[in-house]
Design a protein around this ligand. Structure first.
Ligand code: RIB
Length: 309
């Protein structure tokens, strides 16, 4: 892995419309919420913000619409220490939207309108070839067209840029794409989608990790919610527990974990330590409402870790 260099995140940008309610409506039911918020989100943008706020040198490849939301998102990302030069403004398109319900337990359900995110084409990826080739690592998710994710992974692999994939939202992926990935971070649902193995114990996680290793992925980190993660390098696996906090809203918890993890790995922290750093960032995020409003800055993560002794 090239280290201490630039991180490139490729992914989505959404405006999240978030309604907090006691319990999710069932089909045909209307439920009145207790809190409504519009906040910036999108898995790609959330992970970029988590990396930027936690201290990475980062550029973001993404698309916004040519609307007011897009202009405001780009301004916000810049103030989060992100190079937005590779963020394209797509004429005639609207910025992506996510409609999110959060229930009393802090769980969420999400519906997406891709909008400009669907315009992150292989041609746009090719325009960023030099950026990807010169980076130390490339972090992607699956809210962008999968052929573009594949194109970016190919450029990265040809240039010894580490490919990290957070395979969210869950979908099946080709062996060709998986073989280009160096670090993968599925949750239990995503791990099952990719491997066919339902993950409900450490043993299941170890088996799912083995399948992903066989596809050519060296580092597999399966996130297990409040149980932490299963971290497996070349088949040597163990569980790394997270921190116990009172979660009020888990939106972007995984995104925060991924962005902070990449910051720590690019600082050459050993994997265990990098996971602990990412756990701390995610633990702070779940105590706050919304996606990007919940993502902590570096000093907050360091303070949290210092308090753990
Ligand atoms: O991972 C959380 C994100 O998923 C939200 O911010 C929403 O935009 C969806 O993309």
């Amino acid at each position: 892995m090239k280290t201490a260099g630039k991180l490139v995140v490729l992914g989505s940008i959404n405006a999240d419309h978030i309604l907090n309610l006691e319990s999710f409506p069932t089909p045909g039911e209307t439920v009145t919420g207790n809190h409504y918020q519009v906040a910036f989100g999108g898995k790609g943008a959330n992970q970029a913000v988590a990396a930027g706020r936690s201290g990475a040198d980062i550029a973001f490849i993404a698309c916004t619409g040519d609307d007011d939301t897009g202009a405001r998102v780009r301004k916000q990302l810049t103030s989060d220490n992100i190079d937005v030069a590779p963020v394209s403004v797509v004429a005639g398109e609207s910025t992506g939207v996510a409609l999110i319900f959060v229930n009393g337990e802090g769980e969420n359900v999400i519906g997406i309108h891709a909008g400009a995110n669907a315009a992150l084409s292989t041609e746009r990826v090719a325009e960023q070839q030099t950026l990807i080739a010169n980076a130390s690592a490339l972090l992607m998710q699956l809210e962008s067209p999968v052929e573009s994710v594949l194109a970016a992974a190919r450029i990265a692999q040809q240039n010894q840029t580490t490919v990290a994939l957070n395979p969210a939202p869950a979908r099946q992926l080709s062996d060709e794409l998986l073989a280009l990935v160096d670090i993968i971070t599925p949750n239990e649902t995503e791990a099952e989608k990719l491997t066919g193995i339902a993950v409900s114990s450490d043993e299941d996680a170890a088996r799912a990790a083995r399948v992903l290793h066989e596809k050519g992925i060296r580092t597999v980190i399966i996130t297990l919610g409040s149980r932490g993660v299963w971290a497996s390098v070349n088949g040597e696996g163990k569980r790394v527990p997270g921190f116990k906090v009172k979660a009020i809203d888990t939106i972007a918890a995984g995104d925060t974990f991924n962005g902070a993890l990449m910051t720590a790995l690019l600082e050459e922290k050993p994997l265990d330590e990098a996971i602990r750093f990412a756990h701390a960032a995610a633990a702070i995020a779940v105590t706050r409402k919304g996606a990007q409003p919940s993502v902590p800055w570096r000093n907050e993560i360091d303070d949290f870790l210092a308090q753990q002794g």
